[in-house]
Design a binder for this molecule. Structure first.
Ligand code: PLP
Length: 449
């Protein structure tokens, strides 16, 4: 069978210009192990982007594999309305040990965007049912990314995904968010007082009364190019939300599960959101599952006699899938028993050091930024002006193609090369993938001159 030809015949791949895709050509992956993916010809690719940031503990992790297999022989799926099961209950009990204080009610869905949709609807309905029907707007930051369904896309601010659809999106209050690399207040990361928070205060003053919730990717705007901002911003935002009775929704879909060095990005701030969305690392990147976790206070606003019509009428067929729950329980056990986050933080110091050593001397590297094991290298035309590279040259994309040839799966965001590997990556692989990335970057930059 010519798998590549058959793929091209039938499959329309996500987030891909298919004309680009067919020239690569398609890579048919057969199996995975640790950070390695192997194609049908046995070629290895180092998955240093954790397959869209979801693979947390390596591919084909023996412990997660056996947890799912065990569950498979017991119960594969069951309707989650009026029915429940042990894996879902156990998962919530385990999550209660690690989530920010005050969060205690778990509403399941089956992908990140669905959890975002759910949290927006939940927030609006809460205000509606607590005497504030006027609170029907949402706020979000510039450069935000929260998924690609209509609601999620509306709160998102990355034009690549949302520009075309603007005529059919919700009208969202857009707050100019932190941009620490190109800070308009001339601040420096290490001594930042979050002067840019004024922008949020301004919009809250204008629109706070009619706003139900603000949604943020805490500390790290992933799709915007791994833009990192300080925890202080979240502390200030918590205060502002309380002042205006606006919910704070934490989109921890990409930042949760140790990606930022703590279990959740909000842990760096020491404050709690009103709703927290989880997905990706939740199941170790194994199964499509998400959860919107909220407070007793929000839950109570939906609790009443049936005929009052206050229930949250939101459902997804695969909500609470037992196989996904069994994977998620095992992930939490592994994190705890194998002290994964602490170990990852030690590796992160090494990873960041070698990336800085290798990349910072390059003429076109504007910044190397890091949080947890995530490292991003922003390529620019000129270091001092921070002017972007000519996007028409598609430098990041060419680096992606070159690195694939050499067995490393990078997926630059525009001209930002980044590493967001599974937390179990070892030094030897860190050395290899950074060497390959450097070699490819130098070659492409040279060719593009
Ligand atoms: N929110 C953030 C921060 C994400 O990074 C993503 C996916 O990359 C999503 C939401 C959407 O998740 P999904 O792709 O599962 O819909």
């Amino acid at each position: 069978m010519d798998w590549q030809a058959e793929d091209l015949k039938y499959i329309w791949h996500p987030c891909s210009q298919m004309k680009d895709y067919e020239t690569l050509p398609p890579i048919v992956i057969e199996r995975g192990e640790g950070i390695n993916l192997y194609d049908i010809n046995g070629k290895c690719y180092k998955d240093v982007i954790s397959s869209w940031w979801c693979n947390l503990l390596g591919h084909s992790n023996p412990r997660i594999n056996s947890a799912i297999k065990k569950q498979l022989d017991t119960l594969e799926h069951v309707i989650f309305a009026n029915f429940t099961h042990k894996p879902a209950i156990t998962l919530c009990e385990e999550l209660m040990e690690v989530i920010p204080k005050g969060l205690c009610k778990f509403n399941f869905a089956d992908n990140g965007s669905s959890a975002i949709e759910m949290s927006l609807k939940m927030s609006f309905q809460y205000h509606y049912q607590t005497g504030h029907p006027e609170k029907k707007r949402f706020m979000a930051l510039t450069d935000a990314y929260h998924g690609e369904t209509i609601g999620a896309l509306s709160v998102g601010g990355v034009d690549l995904y949302s520009e075309l659809y603007k005529p059919i999106l919700m009208d969202v209050v857009r707050i100019k968010g932190p941009d620490c690399y190109r800070c308009s207040y001339a601040g420096i990361r290490e001594a930042c007082a979050c002067e840019c928070f004024k922008e949020a205060e301004k919009e809250f003053e204008k629109y706070g009364a009619e706003t139900a919730a603000i949604i943020v990717e805490p500390l790290l705007q992933g799709s915007a190019g791994m833009k990192i901002y300080p925890a202080r911003y979240l502390i200030k935002l918590r205060e502002l939300c309380d002042k205006y009775n606006v919910h704070l929704i934490a989109d921890e879909i990409a930042t949760g599960y140790g990606r930022t060095g703590k279990m959740f990005a909000f842990d760096h701030a020491g404050v709690s959101p009103d709703i927290m969305c989880l997905s990706k690392g939740l199941t170790g990147g194994y199964m499509p599952m998400s959860i919107a976790i909220t407070t007793q206070k929000i839950y109570d606003a939906f609790y009443d006699d049936y005929l009052k019509g206050k229930a949250f009428m939101h459902s997804h067929t695969y909500a609470g899938n037992p196989l996904a729950c069994s994977a998620a329980i095992e992930v939490l056990k592994i994190l705890k028993e194998e002290d994964i986050i602490k170990k990852a933080n030690k590796k992160a110091v090494y990873f960041n050091r070698i990336i800085k050593e290798k990349f910072l001397p390059l003429e076109n590297v504007g910044e190397v930024r890091t949080i947890g094991l995530i490292n991003a290298i922003e390529l620019v035309k000129d270091k001092s002006s921070k002017e972007a590279l000519d996007y028409k040259k598609r430098t990041g994309y060419q680096i992606y193609k070159k690195a694939l040839e050499k067995g490393v799966l990078l997926r630059p965001l525009g001209d930002v090369i980044y590493f967001n590997p599974p937390l179990i990556i070892e030094e030897e692989d860190m050395n290899f993938v950074t060497d390959v990335a450097l070699e490819c970057t130098k070659e492409i930059l040279f060719n593009n001159k």
